[in-house]
Design a binder for this molecule. Structure first.
Ligand code: EPU
Length: 416
């Protein structure tokens, strides 16, 4: 429940990237027969789902602190990733690479499409096949096996985050050298590669378009600490943009958000780095700018819904182009219920800024759509109720609490 309030003000510590980094490192922990401790891993529901996936596969997984998860992958990994978990969280597919590498077989339910697009897996499959795996989809399950994985040169059609992660974590125990060309360059991939290297892996080039992995015979379980969540940080910066105010975020690196910061600067905000994070100031109504989403270091698709919320009350007209997912504008109808003036056509949205939105009950359709609707509520007269807030809880830790710490009038009822 969101009501407009005074400009935001205050300091917030950004949580660890539990969803987009933590789930991947949890899956990678399967590579090492031993005990891995993952720190700065706060509870978000997607991480809970990944913990259940690992348990279903035979690992012992416990939350050992508010911000810590411990995985014991010593035992045999003989289970399967069941449909009821994979359908709740697509990143479950990230266990495919580590399982094939370590156990030479994997059975993972095939995920379907979701609320942001069709989300194919062809690049995951082609890459693993090039490394010697045999994959088929039988009765809704991906069944994969190999005698051994072998190094291969894989050129991705598109820098897919998930495919890069699956191939990297498969190649680390393969025989010989794997080269992934047109690899995704997201900071979460660099974080994953650093973790794998600390386990004894030989990965070079993560963070660039060419990643080279020299396979090793075995890996050792080590501790890891997740990076600050750049998507949460960007969301809070945009909250400041829409509500106005001056905020400081701690525990996040501005260079992970360069394109967002550049766009917010063009819109009229001031954003600069601090020793441990980011400072931001918004004193007036923002100006519209055009935005096109692209893989990192481009403007991330995960920021797009929040950016559209911001543009819906900015001065001017903006064209927003979504280049990564094929159906990510579902939330626009909800913003229009609040009085926004947005028209979509295929991959494009034309956002004509209006001075003010009008609070209404609206429904979240995915994690970022939910965050965008909360932000819209900050610039809406009256009360905005965001239904299906469970979507927001998939990726944000205490989102409403953090906004309240900045002075926003946002409350939430448990379990809604
Ligand atoms: N794609 C294919 N074939 C493939 C793989 C991907 O066609 O084999 C297509 C997808 O259909 C999509 C595009 O490539 O159109 C990009 O997909 P990508 O594989 O990069 O995305 P992902 O790994 O499934 C992760 C994040 C998303 C984020 C994207 C892009 C996690 C758990 N998810 O998904 O996060 O939007 O990368 O950066 O890390 C979110 O946090 O809200 C979210 C959706």
């Amino acid at each position: 429940m969101v009501r407009p309030g005074p400009p935001l003000s205050g300091v917030v510590r950004v949580s660890g990237a539990a969803k987009n980094s933590g789930c991947k490192q949890l899956a990678a922990a399967l590579l090492a027969p031993g005990v891995t401790v993952i720190r700065n891993a706060p509870p978000v529901s997607d991480l809970d789902v990944m913990m259940d996936v690992l348990r279903a596969l035979g690992a012992a997984v416990e939350r050992t602190g508010d911000e810590e998860v411990t995985v014991d992958a010593s035992g045999p990994l003989e289970g399967e990733a069941p449909y009821e978990l994979v359908t709740r969280m697509r990143a479950s597919i990230n266990v495919l690479g580590p399982l094939l590498a370590r156990c030479r077989r994997a059975r993972v339910a095939m995920p379907g499409g979701d609320n942001i697009g069709s989300r194919k897996l062809d690049m995951h499959f082609r890459g693993l096949e090039a490394m010697g795996a045999d994959l088929s989809v039988v009765h809704g399950f991906i069944e994969a096996r190999c005698d051994r994985l072998y190094g291969a040169r894989v050129v991705l059609d598109f820098p897919s985050v998930g495919a890069t992660e699956n191939l990297l974590t498969a190649a680390v125990l393969a025989k010989g050298t794997t080269v992934i060309e047109n690899a995704a360059r997201e900071p979460e991939i660099t974080d994953l590669a650093a973790f794998v290297n600390r386990m004894g892996g030989q990965v070079i080039g993560a963070g660039t378009s060419t990643i080279e992995i020299d396979g090793v015979e075995e890996l050792l379980a080590v501790d890891t600490e997740l990076m600050g969540d750049r998507i949460e940080a960007g969301t809070l910066l945009m909250a400041c943009g829409i509500a106005g105010g001056e905020i400081e975020l701690q525990g996040v690196r501005l260079e992970h958000l360069e394109m967002v910061v550049m766009k917010l600067g063009e819109m009229g905000m001031r954003v600069s780095p601090t020793p441990d994070g980011i400072w931001a100031l918004a004193t007036k109504r923002l100006q519209s700018v055009d935005i096109a989403t692209l893989p990192y270091p481009g403007f991330a698709t995960d920021f797009m819904p929040m950016a559209v919320a911001l543009l819906s009350v900015a001065d001017g007209t903006a064209i927003v182009t979504e280049n990564v997912f094929d159906a990510r504008f579902g939330f626009v109808d909800e913003l229009n219920r609040m009085g926004a003036d947005i028209r979509t056509e295929g991959r494009h949205a034309v956002v004509r800024g209006v001075p003010r939105l009008s609070g209404a009950p609206v429904r979240a359709s995915d994690v970022r759509a939910g965050a965008a609707l909360v932000l819209a509520g900050l610039a809406a007269d009256g009360e905005t109720t965001v239904l299906d807030r469970r979507h927001v809880d998939r990726g944000y830790v205490d989102f409403t609490g953090k906004l309240r710490a900045l002075g926003a009038d946002v409350t939430s009822a448990e379990g809604e």
